[in-house]
Design a binder for this molecule. Structure first.
Ligand code: ZN
Length: 328
């Protein structure tokens, strides 16, 4: 019957070919189960690993949310629990998992925490059932994100993390780079080109192509409301070079762009912004974080790696400003 069935399923579609394996040592691998035929013809199941399996799991020291790492532990122990039939095999598998996870940097506390998760989870959800739940998605940035998560939790907000550094982001660039002047939706920094004599700088934001905005900074406005940059150039006879205009951030959304502008103005304190004109009024509660942002405008030298850090910091801050109901 086995051969007839085997021939039958191999005739159904010329593109799909099945193979069959016999028992080896009275054992048979099926998916991740190792099925053994015992002397009394009963079947027992344990975990099957390929010869090439190396017990490499997500490293504990890797920059991932703790909950993902606990998920790795949980999944492996759950599999051991649900497919292994013999208690002695279960114990062997538990010991194997603790050793393998230990080699990937998981300490006992983390493994125990993961295995106790079910109890704490049910307690948390039952106490949280009153009132509506709000959730927020923020970029994952190690300790900072974990701390924010705890703060949000105190306010009844569930936090989800999204990755900031994916292979796709690093490798896939399907479009040609756009010339700087044509980029729309930017926060930009202008520095007076009289470098030694004048330290004046200005930060602004625009939905228009950067080039158009720079033209406006070079001439008087028709409405009589001249830009701070124009007034400085007019009063001092200085000039600025469009190639020295720094794009500090890109953001298409109007509200978010205003907040990013506010953050940059707070961080860089550009002299020509002193009259205000910033759309977003940031709380001074953010000053401690904003102080940590490496300066982009006050030094000509690009700080290596800082742009990526800034991006993450901004994304995190931005999410804080866009919580539904503004209840934090
Ligand atoms: Zn100047």
């Amino acid at each position: 019957m086995i051969d007839r069935f085997f021939n039958h399923i191999n005739q159904i579609d010329p593109h799909i070919k099945f193979t069959q394996e016999g028992l080896s040592d009275n054992k048979h691998a099926f998916l991740d189960c190792l099925v053994s035929v015992e002397v009394d013809r009963s079947l027992t199941v344990s975990v099957y690993r390929k010869q090439t399996h190396t017990d490499q799991y997500l490293q504990f020291g890797s920059n991932h949310p703790l909950i993902q790492k606990l998920g790795v532990v949980n999944t492996l122990f759950h599999r051991a629990d649900s497919i292994i039939t013999k208690d002695s095999d279960k114990i062997t598998e538990y010991q194997h998992l603790r050793k393998a996870l230990g080699n990937c940097g998981y300490q006992d506390w983390a493994i125990n925490k993961a295995l106790n998760k079910d109890n704490t989870k049910t307690a948390a959800t039952s106490s949280n059932q009153t009132g509506k739940t709000t959730s927020i998605t923020i970029p994952y940035h190690g300790d900072l994100s974990e701390k924010l998560k705890r703060i949000y939790r105190d306010h009844g907000i569930t936090t989800h993390f999204k990755p900031t550094n994916t292979i796709r982001q690093s490798l896939v660039h399907p479009k040609d780079k756009q010339p700087k002047g044509r980029i729309r939706g930017v926060v930009y920094g202008v520095r007076c080109s009289e470098e030694l004599a004048c330290q004046d700088s200005y930060i602004g934001e625009t939905a228009q192509p950067l080039h158009n905005r720079m033209l406006q900074h070079r001439r008087a406005s028709s409405g009589g409301n001249d830009s701070a940059v124009f007034l400085h150039l007019k009063a001092s006879g200085h000039h600025f070079d469009t190639k020295d205009v720094r794009i500090l951030d890109r953001e298409q959304r109007w509200f978010e762009r205003g907040v990013k502008e506010g953050i940059w103005v707070r961080a860089e304190q550009p002299s020509l912004n002193r009259g205000g004109g910033v759309r977003a009024k940031l709380s001074h509660g953010w000053d401690r974080i904003i102080k940590e942002i490496p300066r982009q405008l006050s030094s000509i030298l690009e700080v290596p790696g800082s742009r990526e850090d800034n991006k993450v910091l901004f994304q995190t801050l931005m999410q804080c400003f866009t919580i539904p109901d503004n209840n934090v």
